[in-house]
Design a protein around this ligand. Structure first.
Ligand code: GLU
Length: 477
């Protein structure tokens, strides 16, 4: 099995296109096949190196490594031209001298705004002497494929038998008058060169497939199997586009989505493992993927589900691997590096505590901030809820606990015990002490278990934070 991913570097890596890459990659990995990467850069006006780089980066980030390539389609120009000239020599293609002027005349004759080509009888049946005369006179021409009569059918890997009447297929241009190849010629010529056995791509290419099959046959190449993947829709049923939110793989990376989560999510866009499993590792998906279980109807891209799935993956990833990602987020958030540098080991423990509540890496970085050194910002909501109603009483309670902490061994069991005994002595439920303390040491009303938090912060920092909170509470009276 030799499959390929053939992006055009005329834009960023769209998630729908990335899904096509993923399905090809999965097939190759599962069947011990070869995954070829071909950059279809023949549209010089719109292709850029920056787009190529972004696409390669997106694939690597997702973990879709390629075995051959990147092959740049523009390097194959001579081969594409040779294929067209061969078809011309064999009478399977013809020169089309249609000029823009002629097209305008034809449009006027038919009362249309514009026509893309002349009727066959006007463009194809030039007698050979006339063709020769025009070529000799230096007139420019395109080379068109002469679509034979009949019907073109194939057994689609997803849709089953599909067939098109050749009468409905226009005589497609192979080489434009400037000598540049069209997509269909270049794709067939390259797929044949690269000995591609399975062409898996989006449904939007179905109408190209009969043309390509005719070209394979005319050129005498073996026709590969074709499979067309359903489109991806936004939640409102429209084709997935910017108005639904992010569509570039890069945007998800920037949002703090993990590559394994996007991988998992894209795999489930149209495919399922046959049971209700949703959170799956890369290896599991490789082992279980099959085209038979790819549905034929469009798949809906649900951002909420992606966010949930990312949370699930965050909780599963080894915290050691998350730390450098979180540090990168700190840098982006402008959290001074001296607040974490040299404490990576400590950050692993912190990330371990926090990751189960985070939906993405930004969340995780934001949650980690209060635990770094530096003053705590007291969140207004949290203050209103746990301090503001009775600041004097809250201060007394915290002070009571503070007084006992100097001699408490700094470990969560002991911290738990002393906190409960203080609450008991004050004849209040432990929560009446724990919540205000949480605001004092983290500035927030939600955190991992408070005794884990105190242990993490360490004695010195906890005491300093309690003292600062006490001073603050006194100003609130
Ligand atoms: N460059 C084409 C695209 O991006 C490739 C289509 C194909 O896979 O043949 O749509």
């Amino acid at each position: 099995m030799r499959v390929r991913f053939a992006p055009s570097p005329t834009g960023y890596l769209h998630v729908g296109v990335a899904r096509a890459a993923l399905f090809n990659w999965l097939l190759a990995r599962q069947q011990g096949g070869v995954f070829v990467l071909r950059v279809e850069d023949t549209d010089h006006a719109r292709s850029t190196e920056a787009h190529t780089e972004a696409i390669l980066h997106g694939l690597s980030w997702l973990g879709l490594d390629w075995d051959e390539g990147p092959i740049f389609q523009s390097d194959g120009l001579a081969g594409h031209q040779a294929a067209a000239l061969r078809l011309l020599a064999e009478g399977k293609a013809y020169r089309d001298f249609t000029t823009t002027d002629l097209l305008k005349q034809e449009a006027a004759r038919r009362g249309l705004e514009s026509v893309r080509r002349l009727p066959r009888e006007l463009s194809t049946e030039l007698d050979p002497a006339e063709v020769e005369r025009r070529v000799a006179a230096g007139e420019s021409f395109a080379i068109r494929f002469r679509v034979p009569e009949g019907e073109t059918a194939w057994d689609d890997l997803l849709h089953g038998e599909l067939s098109f009447a050749n009468a409905d297929i226009e005589d497609l241009v192979l080489l434009r008058s400037d000598g540049s190849p069209t997509y269909n010629l270049a794709a067939v010529s390259d797929d044949a060169d690269e000995r591609i056995t399975h062409v898996i791509r989006g449904d939007d290419h179905i109408s190209n497939t009969p043309k390509q099959i005719l070209l394979y046959r005319a050129l005498g190449h073996a026709v590969p199997r074709f499979g067309h993947l359903p489109m991806i829709l936004g939640p409102d049923g429209g084709r997935l586009s910017k108005r639904h939110g992010a569509t570039a793989v890069q945007e998800y990376e920037d949002q703090g989505i993990l590559p394994e989560a996007l991988f998992n999510f894209l795999a489930l866009l149209g495919w399922n493992p046959g049971d209700d499993r949703e959170v799956m590792s890369k290896d599991e998906i490789v082992a279980e993927f099959s085209l038979e279980r790819v549905q034929k109807k469009s798949a809906v891209f649900d951002n909420k589900k992606l966010s949930w799935m990312n949370g699930q993956h965050l909780a599963r990833v080894d915290s050691h691997d998350l730390v450098s990602l979180v540090i990168a987020r700190f840098d982006a958030r402008g959290v001074a590096s001296d607040r974490w540098r040299g404490r990576e080991g400590w950050l692993v423990r912190l990330v371990d505590l926090l990751k189960v509540r985070a939906r993405n890496l930004d969340d995780l970085a934001a949650m980690a901030e209060p635990y770094l050194s530096g003053p705590v910002d007291y969140e207004a909501d949290s203050v209103a809820k746990h301090w503001a109603k009775e600041p004097a009483t809250v201060a007394e309670r915290i002070a009571e606990l503070r007084g006992r902490l100097d001699d408490t061994p700094w470990e969560r069991g002991a911290l738990n015990e002393v906190t409960r005994s203080v609450a008991e002595a004050l004849e209040i439920p432990a929560g009446k002490l724990i919540h205000p303390v949480r605001v004092a040491v983290t500035g927030r009303q939600h955190s991992p278990g408070i005794f884990d938090v105190l242990e993490m912060l360490g004695k010195e920092r906890t005491l300093a934070r309690l003292d600062r909170a006490l001073r603050h509470l006194h100003t609130m009276k």
